[in-house]
Design a protein around this ligand. Structure first.
Ligand SMILES: Cc1cc2nc3c(=O)[nH]c(=O)nc-3n(C[C@H](O)[C@H](O)[C@H](O)COP(=O)(O)O)c2cc1C
Length: 318
């Protein structure tokens, strides 16, 4: 069954809650799936590798129980993001655990591998791969992935630099398969815009950090409420790979975002240890400007549904 067919009747909105290192965890995933959007988290958000299996079991059990109690409600499948790269020492372990638990959706980043796709397909799961350009998309499609996530400019985390208008249309010229658009989608109008451009689903990260269930710190959530698109800086200072970060978080960490010390001899703790980097310098996408509160995930999804319907009605009238 194709990825899109597998979602029939299971979604309240055409949305994947994007995986976010430390910022999305089992609690957020469960809340997203119960609300009717696909909930995902990076395997590395579960900090000790031996805790990954129990975390997946908990997600599956809670979702099954919820579905049994509410057979009329669309309960979405969940997914796990795995970094397919030699720099990830947990790659083999985390993939084995996900296969054992038959995780319905695996999102690969950095590397797309046929071996991963084959293993996930063996139990009926699906693989999406995130890309920032057409070249990487072609490679992933050749490796047998089930869909492409176009990570465009303005996305939180490690983002691309291409406009969604450019990348989605380029991809659609040669790829008819499942296509998911990421980058600054923060409300219902943004989701409709993604579909209008040719995507099948929208990928929303930053908006879900400002929810009751996200494990992110209160100060981080507060900074999202106070920030606008102009407060986002595209930089490779933190990890060597370009991503979007909140300028005020650099200032909070005692750094001048426009005059950062050289990366290699910085004395700042954030440059020495990966988890600390993402704990002290905070990432967000350019869609941050429309975030004005910290609701529960259920409240947020319900509101986004209304916004989506309103945007459709506005277009229909037009
Ligand atoms: C704090 C943060 C951490 C992220 N960590 C990851 C990650 O571990 N793996 C990954 O594939 N993407 C990661 N992303 C990117 C998201 O999956 C997604 O592409 C992005 O959030 C979409 O853009 P938006 O934030 O503007 O909605 C992260 C994003 C944020 C904001």
């Amino acid at each position: 069954m194709s990825f899109i067919e597998s979602l029939r009747g299971k979604l309240a909105l055409p949305v994947i809650g994007a995986p976010m290192f430390i910022a999305s965890d089992p609690d957020l995933v469960i809340a997203q799936c119960k609300a009717g959007i696909i909930g995902t988290m990076p395997s590395l958000s579960v900090r000790a590798e031996e805790d990954l299996g129990p975390a997946l079991l908990r997600i599956r059990n809670e979702l099954n129980e919820f579905q049994s109690a509410h057979p009329e409600r669309p309960v979405a499948p969940y997914g796990v993001n795995i970094v397919v790269h030699q720099s990830n020492p947990r790659f083999e372990h985390d993939l084995d655990v996900c296969v054992q638990h038959r995780v319905p959706l695996i999102i690969t980043s950095l590397g797309a591998a046929r071996a991963v796709a084959d293993r996930v397909h063996s139990y009926g799961g699906h693989v999406l791969h995130d890309v920032i350009n057409l070249k990487h998309a072609r490679k992933a499609i050749a490796e047998g992935v089930d869909g492409i996530i176009a990570v465009c400019c303005g996305a939180g985390g490690h983002a691309g630099a291409l406009s969604p208008f450019a990348l989605v249309r380029e991809l659609r010229q040669e790829y008819a398969g499942p296509l998911i658009l990421a980058g600054a989608v923060s409300d219902g109008a943004g989701i409709l815009a993604a579909l209008a451009m040719g995507a099948d689903l929208a990928y929303m990260g930053t908006r879900f950090i400002a929810t009751a269930e996200s494990p992110s710190r209160q100060e981080y959530k507060q900074m999202l409420l106070e920030s606008a698109a102009d407060d986002i800086m595209y930089s490779n200072w933190l990890t060597g790979v370009y991503g979007n970060f909140l300028k005020p978080s650099f200032i909070k960490a005692g750094l001048d975002p426009h005059n950062l010390p050289p990366r290699h001899n910085s004395e700042v703790t954030v440059s020495s240890n990966k988890p600390k980097q993402w704990k002290d310098i905070w990432s967000a996408g350019q869609g941050v400007g429309v975030i004005k509160d910290v609701p529960t995930t259920a409240e947020l999804v319900s509101r986004i549904k209304d916004e989506f319907q309103a945007a459709r009605a506005r277009l229909a009238a037009f």
